[in-house]
Write a protein that binds this ligand. Structure first.
Ligand SMILES: Cc1ncc(COP(=O)(O)O)c(C=O)c1O
Length: 429
């Protein structure tokens, strides 16, 4: 981990955060790099041909101002709940650019999606019956297909792997009779015009992702041959591109993925199919960070511990699965400048009342003192956006920033949660 490196942009913005007093009224906040976000989306769209529709996995970051930036760059949205759908709607993502996923959709949600022309990835054969019922009486412009579990195995993070033999997602392509059942259903229901796969999220190697895409392409060919026309016209290859949390480098890149896909499934690139992607983490993870003030320090059993205001409430995955979600942490002084000095292995701990609330374990950093700051890198995806209400800890402010000449313009996306607002969530109504 390259903890002590802060690139020039991060370095400048940290000093601007302190100079502009953004940490005066709070002890922890998260910052989204709006320029970085735009550049990432532009890199993605440049890398793939125009017949790809890239949708953003809203679960990875729920903030509407972020969805607006992403939407303004032409991305659609992948939503997995009515809440995510409402957020995509608030960000004015056009309905034809929305994909509705999720393993447990309610009937009225399915019917609404079909009414609005939103794409649906059907999770299971019982859900299929609800969709089929709809089409008995009316039509829809929705792209509709099954989510397929190609059952090709796990990536390196078990909890994020969705293509295992017994995963809860989709229909298992290798289970006895399922391929034949799908062929029959596509043959007898011409509203089925798509196939979807998402083999997993962080930790999925490119080979697993390309194998998943190949599996549904070969099924699409078989369906279209059997039906006698190109009924399956859309291939949704999901998201899941891994993110490198070890340094600022993107690895793998969108280009790496595109080259691997092109080599294994050239038909995705020649315009034979409309192709949908659903990236989340690869879009936002590296375009945000969290910064917190050190409140106290102590030594326990010979180990220095720095206690700060970021922790399990805004970095939940790092706290509960530190082996999979370790984050680079850079020590800053109270002016927001990178600290130098002898490195001492120390814990950076959060404010919650449980022992696991540690952002960095025995991390060699210049010794932190009260008033210093810690900069937690790459927190844009599945972190501060998934607030954890343990200890009734309110959520922290979230800002966006963009360059304006030599300066930065900060835009408040969300003020910190007031105690009144927080307590109302747990009060009888
Ligand atoms: C169906 C589906 N699509 C896309 C994603 C986004 O994955 P990632 O953020 O790893 O790109 C997920 C994540 O769980 C998912 O379940």
């Amino acid at each position: 981990m390259t903890d002590d490196y802060l690139n020039p942009r991060k370095s400048q913005v940290c000093q601007a955060i302190v100079a502009q007093g953004l940490l005066a009224d709070c002890d922890s906040l998260s910052m989204v790099d709006i320029d970085g976000l735009r550049n990432t989306v532009r890199r993605l769209t440049r890398t793939f041909p125009d017949h790809f529709l890239h949708t953003f996995a809203v679960k990875s970051n729920l903030y509407v101002p972020i969805l607006e930036v992403i939407g303004s760059e032409g991305m659609g949205a992948e939503v997995a709940s009515p809440g995510e759908f409402e957020l995509a709607k608030k960000a004015e993502i056009p309905f034809p650019n929305i994909v509705f996923d999720g393993p447990v959709k309610k009937t009225d949600e399915i019917l609404q999606a079909l009414d609005l022309g939103i794409a649906i990835n059907i999770d299971n054969f019982q859900e299929f019956e609800i969709v089929a019922d709809y089409f008995r009486n009316q039509t829809s412009t929705s792209i509709v297909g099954f989510r397929i579990n190609p059952q090709i195995g796990a990536g390196s993070v078990a909890l994020s792997s969705t293509a295992t033999l017994t995963s809860k997602f989709g229909v298992g392509l290798q289970d006895p009779g399922v391929r034949e059942q799908l062929l029959d259903l596509y043959q007898t229901h011409n509203f089925l015009n798509a196939l979807h796969v998402h083999v997993g999220s962080v930790g999925s190697p490119l080979s697993l992702m390309t194998e998943g895409a190949e599996a549904i392409l070969s099924l699409a060919r078989e369906i279209n041959d059997r039906v006698g026309n190109q009924q399956v016209r859309t291939i949704d290859i999901g998201g899941g591109l891994s993110v490198n949390f070890e340094s600022d480098d993107d690895s793998p890149t969108f280009e790496d993925y595109a080259s691997a896909l092109q080599a294994s499934s050239p038909e995705l690139f020649d315009g034979s199919y409309k192709v949908i992607t659903e990236f989340g983490r690869a879009i936002v993870a590296k375009n945000a960070f969290t910064i917190a003030r050190i409140a106290y320090t102590k030594t326990m059993g010979g180990r220095p511990i720095a206690l700060c205001h970021a922790g399990g409430h805004n970095l939940m995955r790092t706290i509960f699965q530190p082996e999979d979600w370790a984050k680079r942490v850079t020590a800053l002084n109270s002016h927001g400048q990178v600290k130098s000095g002898t490195k001492v292995p120390q814990d950076v701990a959060g404010p919650l009342c449980f022992s696991g609330d540690i952002i960095a374990h025995e991390r060699p950093l210049p010794e932190l003192v009260p008033g210093d700051l810690v900069f937690v890198h790459d927190t844009g995806a599945y972190m501060f956006t998934n607030h954890f209400y343990y200890n009734a800890k309110p959520y922290d402010p979230v800002f966006g920033f963009e360059s304006q000449g030599e300066e930065f313009r900060f835009i408040r996306f969300k003020a910190g949660q007031t105690l009144e607002n927080l307590t109302s969530m747990f009060t009888k109504d």
